[in-house]
Each structure stands twice: as structure tokens, then as C-alpha cells.
Design a protein around this ligand. Structure first.
Ligand code: CTP
Ligand code: CA
Length: 222
């Protein structure tokens, strides 16, 4: 076993990763959000940097902190902020991984003042956010593009549909049905899906899952 065997797929490659939730403001003190912890995205960022990548990590609000100095963390709040930051960098990116739990909808109007309680019923009008990953797929040139899919039914078929629709090279299916998998915890259970292949993994720490995902990318790109 020699140094020449060291896999160099990520070495000096610019790798963009989206992570965490987005927060969509209703007024100056309230937002619509979700339970994404950001841990999966931060684990992949750390793993990619350990493999020599220059990582651009665009993250919604989380408690995670990047350690490796080759990770440039850009903090955003809303889906629109995340969209703008992604496309500040996308053209110069070699590998892009979208793991953020982007809010699908945002309040149509952000009230300037704190909304007062009034009637018994309160109706909030929402409007669709831009789909960041769909746009990355549309603008894809030489980037290797990886998405995530969170499904609770028809998991593989839905994930494959997203792979195609968003012009992805790979999609990581997260099942919320499995205990210990998903959003909040430290473990995850995934399937890695490409056009011609499905690989199923057991329940593991997010750090180990990050390694599996990057290994799969390496196996295709090497
Ligand atoms: N995504 C994104 N921008 C959005 C919504 C989703 O970039 N506005 C990305 C996520 O980061 C993920 C992938 O798209 O990599 C799939 O997200 P998911 O919520 O599973 O699917 P959607 O396309 O939003 O469809 P739906 O929620 O209806 O299943
Ligand atoms: Ca969604």
C-alpha cells in the first residue's frame, strides 16, 4: 500500500454544501422553520475538507461549528438568502451537495411590525420559495451534483423522480420511517441512488454516513 493509492477526488476541489434549515420571517420576531440540525451537512463539510477539498458551506441557522480551516462557512437565514449565496459561487464549483432543509414556502408578506393577536382565526398566506437545487441542475455544466430527498411514502420512486427532475448525478434518500434516522439526531439511515444503482446503508453516525456519501462520489468520479 503506497501513498500513490490515496484517493484524490476531493483534493483541491471546490465543494459547495448547503446545510441546515431555513427560517422564513412573518414579522420582526417570528419565523416558519423546521427541525433540521445541520449536522449532516456539517459532517460532510468536515469530511470533504479532511480529504483536501476547499469547502464552501452555506448554512441556515444551526448550532454547528465548522472546525477545518478549509471550510468557508456562509451563514444565511431564508431560502432566498441561500439561493443568492449559492449562485455567488456555483459557476466555480466542482462538486455540489444540497443537504439543506429549505422551506418550500415563505409568508407572502413580512409584516414591518409585530403582528398583534386579534380574531379567533388567523390566516397566513404563503408563497413558494425558489428551488435552489432545481436551479443548480438547470445551470449545471461540469459540476457533480448531489441532492437529498426526505420522503415518508413511495420513497425510492419519489427520490428517483427528484434525481431526474433536478438533473442530479446522485440523490441521498433519508427515510424518516426508520428509528434514529433523519433530521434531529446524530444518526442516519440512507440509500444512495444514481440513475442505474441503489445502495442501501445501515443506521450509522452522521460522521460515518458522510464518509459513505463521499466514498460513493469518489467511486463515480475517480
Ligand atoms: N431543495 C432546494 N430548494 C428548495 C427545496 C428543496 O434546494 N426550495 C433541495 C433540498 O436541499 C434537497 C432537495 O432539494 O436536496 C429535495 O428536497 P425535498 O424537500 O426532499 O424535495 P422538494 O423538491 O422540496 O419536494 P417535496 O418537499 O414536495 O417532496
Ligand atoms: Ca421540500
Amino acid at each position: 500500500f503506497s501513498a500513490f493509492n490515496i484517493e484524490q477526488t476531493f483534493l483541491n476541489k471546490t465543494t459547495l454544501i448547503t446545510a441546515g434549515p431555513t427560517y422564513e420571517a412573518l414579522d420582526p420576531v417570528r419565523f416558519i422553520g423546521n427541525h433540521s440540525s445541520g449536522k449532516m451537512g456539517f459532517a460532510m463539510a468536515e469530511e470533504a475538507a479532511n480529504r483536501g477539498a476547499n469547502v464552501i458551506l452555506i448554512s441556515g441557522p444551526t448550532n454547528c461549528k465548522a472546525k477545518n480551516e478549509n471550510i468557508k462557512t456562509i451563514n444565511v437565514v431564508s431560502a432566498k438568502d441561500m439561493f443568492a449565496e449559492v449562485f455567488n459561487y456555483y459557476q466555480e464549483v466542482d462538486i455540489a451537495i444540497a443537504s439543506a432543509a429549505v422551506a418550500d414556502y415563505a409568508p407572502k408578506i413580512i409584516a414591518d411590525e409585530k403582528i398583534k393577536k386579534n380574531d379567533l382565526n388567523f390566516t397566513l398566506e404563503l408563497i413558494k420559495n425558489p428551488d435552489i437545487l432545481l436551479e443548480m441542475g438547470n445551470q449545471k455544466k461540469d459540476q457533480f451534483l448531489v441532492g437529498f430527498a426526505l420522503e415518508t411514502e413511495n420513497e425510492e420512486a419519489n427520490a428517483k423522480g427528484k434525481l431526474k427532475k433536478k438533473n442530479l448525478d446522485m440523490i441521498v434518500l433519508n427515510s424518516l420511517r426508520d428509528n434514529g434516522a433523519g433530521f434531529k439526531g446524530d444518526t442516519n439511515k440512507i440509500k444512495i441512488i444514481t440513475e442505474n444503482d441503489i445502495q442501501e446503508f445501515g443506521l450509522k453516525s452522521k460522521k460515518e454516513v458522510a464518509k459513505d456519501i463521499l466514498d460513493s462520489i469518489q467511486n463515480i468520479l475517480k
